[in-house]
Write a protein that binds this ligand. Structure first.
Ligand SMILES: O=C(O)c1ccccc1N[C@@H]1O[C@H](COP(=O)(O)O)[C@@H](O)[C@H]1O
Length: 204
């Protein structure tokens, strides 16, 4: 199972997280977020994919940020349409859907051909980074074969539940876990020891 660490903001912390070799590092390009990243992404090891997180961003602006920041992947966290996704170039696309207790999977259908991954997050007051888990049992009915990211409030306390999920049929197409606010000391500052512990505990 791959790991994405999202909401990176500060250089030293970014470098420390990168040493843990996550598969993806996420940068939030949404100026209303407390994790808003408005710098330049530094050089990172090639194996770590750089993900830009956007909420209903203007398409042209998004294209120029992809180019300037050399993003590998964009995570679309708003109400971006299938047409919007189909026009995007030069980055893989993660389309986000927010879930609480139930989910109508038919909304995925128009996105099947225009994005590379789905990400399932918890529905809350904010577009993302709410820090709550959703009912993962909903994913037992996942009808697609597209790889997805499991997100929303994942922290150290979820390890045992995650192991059960990973061992269950519901995780068949779960490609990566996505962590953010539950590993923070402050918004945008990740707790390295806790991330290390998370990686270790998931594997043992
Ligand atoms: O974290 C934010 O501030 C944020 C703002 C706008 C869109 C997405 C955001 N974060 C993403 O939300 C999920 C879940 O985060 P959490 O674990 O519940 O804190 C994650 O993918 C972040 O990338």
């Amino acid at each position: 199972m791959k790991l994405k660490v999202c909401g990176m903001k500060y250089l030293n912390n970014m470098e420390a997280v990168a040493k843990l070799r996550p598969d993806f590092l996420g940068f939030i390009f949404y100026d209303k977020s407390s994790r808003y990243f408005n710098g330049d992404i530094p050089y990172l090891p090639e194996a770590i994919k750089k993900v830009g997180v956007f909420v209903n961003e203007d398409l042209e602006t998004l294209q120029s940020i992809i180019k300037e920041q050399k993003l590998d992947v964009v995570q679309l966290h708003g109400q971006e349409s299938p047409e919007y996704c189909s026009q995007l170039e030069n980055a893989e696309i993660i389309k986000v859907f927010s879930i609480k207790d139930t989910f109508n999977f038919s909304v995925l259908l128009p996105y099947e051909e225009v994005c590379d991954y789905y990400l399932f997050d918890t529905k809350g007051k904010l577009p993302g980074g709410n820090g709550y888990t959703f009912n993962w049992d909903v994913l037992k009915d996942y009808p697609s074969t597209k790889p997805f990211f499991l997100s929303g409030g994942i922290g150290l306390k979820e390890v045992e539940k995650l192991k059960d999920f990973i061992d269950s049929p519901a995780s068949k197409y779960c490609y990566s876990l996505d962590v953010n606010s539950k590993f923070e000391i402050n918004p945008g500052v990740k707790n390295i020891n806790e991330l290390e512990k998370f990686k270790y505990e998931l594997q043992h």
